[in-house]
Design a protein around this ligand. Structure first.
Ligand code: FAD
Length: 289
């Protein structure tokens, strides 16, 4: 792969990386796993004069949890997340991470890069939306945390400033009785970006059957990963039955805004409906484990 010329910077700390990004501004690009950036460089879709590599910045690697939630460093790879025990609700994220590209891609692809690229089909975005995740954005002397639902703007575009670095993804602790599941449709089993993906998280009352809360997120069927708010709201205080799941799935299909690029809009909506039924059913099973 022949790449255009740029200076390669290898900061050892997050502070150092922030300082470099402050100095270089929009002349620089951050490099994490490189699975998206190297292709963009080769195609000259981006032409930075400076590349700031994050592979020595260990502060943003790995994850931990406390009573308030789970904290994932933005450099954590899809492979690490795929094998992590994130609990019955958090498994929606590990299931998605396990379906990113091939084993080789998963070993390189980071969760931060997956979000920052802001592709409608980014597989880790719908589970994170369903889990009410927020992202921490860092720059010299400043840090802001915002909900992932406020992060995406349009295909390939999000709200970050050129000098900001995503340092962490925060998953709030969910109550007992929550379960999650991810469903993806691609053309082939491996190495395939989603045609449609659905992530569902539901929370059950003590009876194990009444739904106290639900979040349904859709990938690749709108200009950005999106929450199907009406579909989720339709389940509130309802029993977790196939009939109610099917009704919610129909609403989710109506809420989708497919662009008809890789498949017809009609097909995308049909797939949203089917995958939502499956995701809700499996999320319910997980909540009852
Ligand atoms: C063959 C192939 C198959 C793929 N299959 C899938 C798939 O099935 N599902 C899927 O979702 N994706 C897929 N992808 C896309 C890609 O692997 C993911 O989007 C990946 O998670 C990107 O992460 P990265 O670490 O490689 O990012 P990089 O390529 O290093 O960076 C991507 C962008 O994010 C920016 N960036 C990275 N980290 C940060 C940070 N911490 N703060 C601020 N900006 C940052 C970079 O500057 C760059 O603009 C595939 C890619 C390939 C090449």
């Amino acid at each position: 792969m022949i790449l255009p010329k740029f200076d390669y910077n290898a900061p050892a700390t997050l502070d150092e990386a922030c300082q470099m990004m402050a100095n270089y501004g929009d002349r620089a690009k951050l490099l994490a796993g490189g699975t998206d950036l190297l292709i963009a460089l080769k195609k000259k879709a981006v032409t930075p004069t400076q590349v700031v590599a994050l592979d020595r910045v260990d502060e943003i690697l790995g994850f931990c949890a406390d009573e308030e939630g789970t904290y994932l460093g933005s450099r954590t790879t899809a492979a690490e997340i795929a094998t992590a025990d994130l609990g019955p609700a958090g498994q929606v994220l590990s299931q998605a991470a396990a379906q990113v590209g091939s084993p080789l891609i998963r070993n390189l692809a980071t969760i931060g890069g997956n979000l920052v690229t802001a592709m409608p089909a980014a597989d880790m975005a719908p589970p994170l939306l369903a889990l009410q995740a927020s992202v921490v954005l860092q720059r010299i002397g400043d840090q802001r945390e915002l909900l992932l639902s406020d992060f995406f703007v349009s295909p390939g575009e999000q709200v970050m400033l050129p000098e900001e670095i995503m340092s962490m993804i925060v998953l709030p602790r969910l109550p007992e009785g929550c379960g999650g599941a991810f469903e993806k449709l691609g053309v082939r089993k491996a190495l395939e970006r989603s045609i449609v993906s659905v992530a569902a998280v539901i929370s059950l009352a003590d009876d194990g059957r009444t739904i106290k809360g639900a979040r349904i997120a859709l990938g690749a069927v709108a200009p950005t990963p999106m929450l199907a708010h009406d579909a989720a709201a339709s389940l509130y205080d309802r029993k977790a039955t196939p009939k109610n799941f099917a009704a919610a799935a129909k609403i989710a299909a109506r809420e989708a805004r497919p662009r008809g690029l890789r498949t017809s809009a009609v097909y995308s909506r049909l797939m949203v409906e089917q995958l939502t039924i499956r995701a809700l059913t499996r999320a319910y099973e997980a909540a009852n484990l």
